[in-house]
Write a protein that binds this ligand. Sequence first.
Ligand code: C5P
Length: 236
Amino acid sequence: MQPAKIAPRDRLIVPLDLPSVEAADAMISKLGDAVTFYKFGYQLAYAGGLPLVQKLVGSGKKVFLDLKLHDISNTVARGVESVARLGATFLTVHAYPQTLKAAVEGRAGSNLKILAVTVLTSYDDGDLHAAGYRLSVSDLVEARAQQAQVLGVDGIVCSAEEVAHLHKIVGHQMYLVTPGIRPAGAVAGDQKRIMTPGRAIAAGADYLVVGRPILEAADPKAAAEAIHIEIAQSLV
Ligand code: C5P
């Protein structure tokens, strides 16, 4: 099934990587209508952020729960059922076959889409080797993407550098969601495989996750709008 057409302004996902619900609320107010799609990760989810998910969904925003689940199958499936009831649009799980299968089972009958995390964008071949893998980043990403597609997963989180190659592997049947995005001149931080918003969209990324270049900007709303302009220019 071809993923539904994405509204250009929904292509930017801003992670609320902030320490408290108050800080998140303040950032959401600052960003206003510049952002339609928010991502929650460990930091805010474990700081009492989950009720904010329902509030945002109730106000018409979309939410990506980046909880990167990985556990025994029954625990994953039941956890995913609970996440689906929160009204989230996307949920990440680590791309291990048992976990992917359980997540697809858990989201059945809901609007929740499952995204597989192949290899974290802060990892390079040396980091994988240190973790005991003999595969390169690109080989492991490819193997996990193929498994995810076979198991009925809706999308893949990957670096923008991998997008063109992944389209060759999984076609255009899955959403490709890319963190590791940095506007020209922005600080890379701990991201090792980065690309500008315009180049990522041109390469075929469906959604861009852009955190610190917006959250740490003097004017976060202006930073988000500048990325929208870059996205729109790359879509024509
Ligand atoms: O601040 P920055 O733009 O680097 O934020 C990227 C976001 O995307 C963070 O919330 C990070 O946890 C998330 N992410 C990532 N790499 C992945 C999956 C998620 O950087 N493979």
